[in-house]
Design a protein around this ligand. Structure first.
Ligand SMILES: [Zn+2]
Length: 86
């Protein structure tokens, strides 16, 4: 569910809105002002940060697993190549 952060233009309050059923919030829940603007969020930061116990990480997780497998193979190959004690 997309979540947006709004900054009130009248009071110092800001609030988060889940845009599920409603299209737009019409007033600040703290001061009832209708003057507020959406705070732009940074999708880059969002995607680069791995949330603790988050649900965003499944893609990253599989990528990490894939990397691990590759590393394992590389190590195996290196060990086979070098065989230092023979
Ligand atoms: Zn307000």
């Amino acid at each position: 569910m997309p979540q947006y952060i709004y900054q009130c233009g009248t009071c110092p309050g800001h609030f988060e809105i889940n845009h599920g059923m409603m299209e737009e919030e019409t007033h600040c829940p703290q001061c009832e002002s209708e003057t507020f603007h959406r705070v732009p969020q940074m999708p880059f930061l969002k995607s680069s940060i791995t949330p603790k116990g988050g649900k965003v990480g499944s893609e990253t997780k599989s990528a990490i697993e894939a990397n691990k497998a590759v590393l394992k193979d590389m190590k195996k190959n290196l060990a086979n190549e070098w065989e230092p004690d023979k």
